[in-house]
Write a protein that binds this ligand. Structure first.
Ligand SMILES: Cc1ncc(COP(=O)(O)O)c(C=O)c1O
Length: 372
């Protein structure tokens, strides 16, 4: 009898802490504290401390976090921003929506933006590099910083998938002029709806973010510039602040699961698993996703679904330049295209038991042993 292991399991995660979550929500509702209240301020403060960064602003979602960061950086029409094509469409869309042009480049064999491709894409219109800190890993920030410094470019990190990941001890999202996060429910730190944040160490960027996310209003409530409504709800902030308290445990469990997957998969010739968790390498990975590469991807996916195991092909197996209707019809990125035909994500969340993880590993081994 096959087990049932869905790719994600929101109800199980809720059930585990139902009483605490309901008490938290009741408390916010009883106080009638919905918009820009103390729960948001406390969450921002705790997020800022966690990341060791000067400012953090809760915003509506990860996409708007990117748009706000780009606007605050003064990027607009006539500017180009270099983005990895193996990312969510939102990364490139945010550049489009501030009126600038996203320039899509290859990912390297580690699935992250390829610094060599970035270097080749720089021209006189380039204003910024926007690396995606993908799957819970931080890019090689030394290389990207070197390119940015040499060419006078800004770095804005799309860290939607990488809260808690580090490069040489420094948190994703805190390297560049600004960094953004998503709190979409399936994210490492997920809320019960949409949510996001922008962080920065720069006073001027912080001032703009403060105004832009709340109709251009200053601390006295006076409108002093054009802004929009892009606030993180207080209720979501309360949930996120509560989750942040045990976030280290979340990361630890994900790293345990990744280590178990790695052991199960490392000797299978057709599969390239992500690097195993390490405490000594430059990258401290937090495994937002466990994305493997494999030659027989579609067959394996089908076999696993028959065994009751949910898997997902991230973004439908398409890099941004492969999406229709966005104007990238003439862009060819052979490394990325080959990889997007091979990527597969295994379940990765803390409702998975050791037994689930071992069942998944065994099912994959069986698939290759039997040559089914
Ligand atoms: C890499 C990346 N960037 C941006 C986003 C957008 O975040 P949100 O869904 O909160 O708008 C996501 C969310 O899936 C993402 O994975």
């Amino acid at each position: 009898m096959p087990m049932k292991i869905p790719f994600f399991n929101y109800p199980a995660l809720f059930k585990r802490n139902e009483d605490e979550i309901m008490a938290l929500i009741r408390d916010v509702l009883t106080r009638g504290a919905f918009i820009l209240q103390k729960d948001l301020e406390e969450f921002e403060d705790n997020l800022r401390r966690f990341l060791n960064v000067k400012f953090a602003f809760g915003v509506a979602d990860g996409t708007n976090a990117l748009i706000l960061a780009l606007r605050a950086a003064g990027i607009g029409p006539g500017d180009e921003v270099i983005v990895c094509s193996h990312t969510y469409v939102a990364t490139a869309a945010s550049v489009h929506f501030v009126g600038a042009t996203p320039v899509l480049v290859e990912c390297g064999y580690d699935h992250m933006i390829d610094p060599k491709a970035v270097e080749q894409a720089v021209n006189r219109r380039t204003r910024a590099i926007m690396p995606t800190q993908l799957n819970g890993r931080t890019s090689n920030m030394d290389e990207l910083q070197r390119i940015a410094d040499r060419n006078g470019l800004m770095i804005i990190e799309d860290s939607a998938q990488a809260l808690g990941s580090r490069y040489k001890g420094k948190h994703a999202g805190t390297f560049g002029l600004a960094g953004t996060f998503s709190f979409y429910p399936a994210k490492l730190l997920g809320c019960f709806g949409d949510g996001g944040a922008v962080v920065t160490n720069d006073d001027r960027i912080a001032e703009k973010l403060f105004l832009f996310r709340d109709h251009g209003r200053n601390k006295d409530g006076e409108v002093v510039t054009w802004g929009t409504n892009c606030r993180l709800d207080n209720l979501q902030a309360a949930v996120l602040d509560w989750k942040l308290k045990t976030f280290d445990k979340e990361i630890e469990r994900r790293r345990e699961i990744a280590a178990a997957y790695h052991n199960a998969l490392k000797d299978i010739e057709d599969i390239i698993p992500p690097p195993p968790p390490s405490n000594t390498s430059d990258q401290f990975d937090v495994y937002q996703n466990y994305e493997i590469e494999c030659g027989r991807r579609d067959e394996l996916k089908f076999y696993l679904s028959e065994q009751g195991i949910g898997t997902i092909i991230q973004w439908g197996g398409k890099a941004v330049h492969q999406l229709q209707g966005l104007g990238f019809e003439n862009v060819r990125l052979p490394v990325t295209e080959k990889m997007t035909s091979r990527f597969l994500m295994l379940p990765m969340h803390t409702a998975l038991s050791d037994e689930d993880v071992s069942y998944i590993g065994q099912a994959i081994k069986r698939f290759y042993d039997k040559k089914v």
